[in-house]
Design a protein. Sequence first.
Lengths: 396, 398
Amino acid sequence: MDYTQQKRIAVIATVYTYLSHAQHFADRFVVGYPYGGHWVRPNTPIVSLYVDQKPAGDQSVDRAREFGFSVYPTIAEALRCGGDKLAVDAVLIIGEHGSYPKNEKGQIQYPRYEFFKECVKVFEQDGRAVPVYNDKHLSYSFAKAKEMVDDAHRLKFPLLAGSSLPVTWRLPDLELPLGCQIEEALMVGVGGSDAMDYHALEAMQCMIERRKGGETGVQSVQLIQGDEVWKAGEDGRWSKELLEAALSRSDSPQGKTIEDGRTQDLLGNGELPGLVKEPAAYFIERNDGLRTTLLMLNGAVGDYCFAAKLKGQELPVSNQFFLTPVPNVTYSACLVEKIVEMIYTGKAPFPAERTLIVNGALDSCLDSKVQGNKKLETPHLKVVYQAPAESQHARF
Amino acid sequence: MAKRPKVAAIATVYHKYSHAQHIVDRFLEGYGWNSRHHRPPMDLVSLYVDQVNPENDLSPDRARRFPQMKIYPTIADALTLGTSSLAVDGVVLVGEHGNYQTNAKGQRLYPRYEFFKQICAVYRQSGRSAPVFNDKHLSWNWAWSKEMYDLSKELGFGFMAGSSLPVTWRTPALDLPWGAQVEEGMCVGYGGVDSYDFHALETLQCMVERRQGGESGVKWLQAYRGDNFWKAHHERLWSRELFEAGLSRSHTIAPGRAGFNDTFPTIDELKQLVKDPIAYQYEHGDGLKSTMVLLNGLIQDFNFAGRIKGQAEPFSTQMYLPMPPARTSLANFFTPQVNHIESLILTGKSPYPVERTLLTSGLVEAGVDSLHQEQKRIETPHLKVEYTAPKESTFWRT
């Protein structure tokens, strides 16, 4: 790939403050980032920026001054760099952090859809579209997310979206064989909803999408909470063997380990229910019959671990998605590398449908949560796609 | 071995996050391994602790919860289980942490050699020996390190030693191609003299030992510190390309400027962040030059970079330490090490050569000596330690 040609970037952000997603991502385009044993200095300058909110600690003005770009009052002006035609080669939409209202499902209503539609309007008016990166999930609403993906297909521009978890280092460096037969999959996550459950679901999705036949969409979801989660384990609704496998990859068990440093068989020693005050299980059944479960286990561990049982294998496979230390969070550099790849190749390294289906599964799980934890059929989530054959996570 | 092997643990101290706690706990409590909570197929039956501080000593709690393990007042008793001859099938010697004196050169005088001699005395008296794992370097004193090595040969037991750096996760999960022609090697790490320098040296050694011809020993070592370091760096006594490749594998570069979270330091920022840089540079018997760099204030991880003949780009990786308490609650880099100790005890053979650690033990001492003698070059004819690395990788990959 010829990276010598300069590509001009517009950044559309909710806020640009220290350790906001916008700062993590946009900064890497101007100061470079570590990848593949190099400090990569991409030939992709930021030429324009739109920030929706400027709270205390706003860095947009300082960054614009230091790195020679302009901050525009509207998204359209940012994309046109103050002129009358689209004047950038790619757009980064980073709608994470900032002060936005939460809905009754607990979703923060970040205006990613609205930002995206402003971009689409410019693309349509100017008769040209450029690659778009959308940070995290597309929208809190599946309908809006679906429209975004449909827009990208209609206007034929590459759309890359999602979390850093699918592209970060894995401990061990596990990739499921393309076309494998998965009997069951389980993910352990921690943190709040609807931020960290999203990351965990997308981490699981990037693994299971490689199964035989590819992704077939989601048939039904159910989110259960509290003691029902443990009971469901006893009833075999989620696999204890897979939970043991996922927990075996954790570097951060809580409880007795915090007290005196000991290793723990958290499932076997019976400590789990005492540690996790508010467990939640997200049951997501696929159209091809695959059962997948996300267990949010705040209080038990502090990391994100995956496990799956492959047909014909005695032991489960498992890995930790390695969230590298703060403040560097070099895992986001892995995603920036993918953005740069998309900008130069004109092709998203992995399909936005991955994020779309996670978007939909999460949205429906939260519906289940507010509707008394009932099981919901999800015929609208027939998101069908094939995983890229080549691995996209950090390996070299 | 039809029955489950019995293991004795000999430790300086046993408190939270001491090496003994990390290692012995994994035998007692088990640990995550290959998608299971693995329980070693052997019984840790005896424990000797040299220094017991009632305020933080965990050994009574462990003895209470694991009745198969008894605490003994002497090393000999721990090995004989209070009888008159050797009654265990393996010994784990963890002489790290605890209140021990330092000498004029600043070396902490951990009694690993003394403990080892007592172990060997039981072996001689019993007419039988058992495999020994020695945590970290053999001894602070080269002659004693060499004697430990020689005793293991004389008494004919499997001897494994060293740091967990060679066996922990790597990002990326790559090993130096076996038999590669290595033109230069470097470890960019952090920590202090006579402590983490050993880990950095093992990081470097576990990679360069895989080169064509195997390890040929070390002819000389020179340390650089402070202004001498910057002068050597400026004069490119070590490769700038490898230095930058190693740093680019770090997950922890301290930002040189407020308001930024991940930047590559300029030389001015490097000098501002790293108040006391240290390098040990040394030449191997076959002419290879290796450099270990400690950059306290800049990074908090260990990264290897090497130049391989015929390859346009440096080969580099990070040996990742999930280090508690800041990042994790478990120091899981001890996990693959304990798994290898199990293999040592089950097979009687060390999974990787103890000569690596014999050499790095001597290199630590040479580094300390050079720093203590105005950073002069130390000739090391005694470090003609020759060995061949196993072709199969021994770091954590599964």
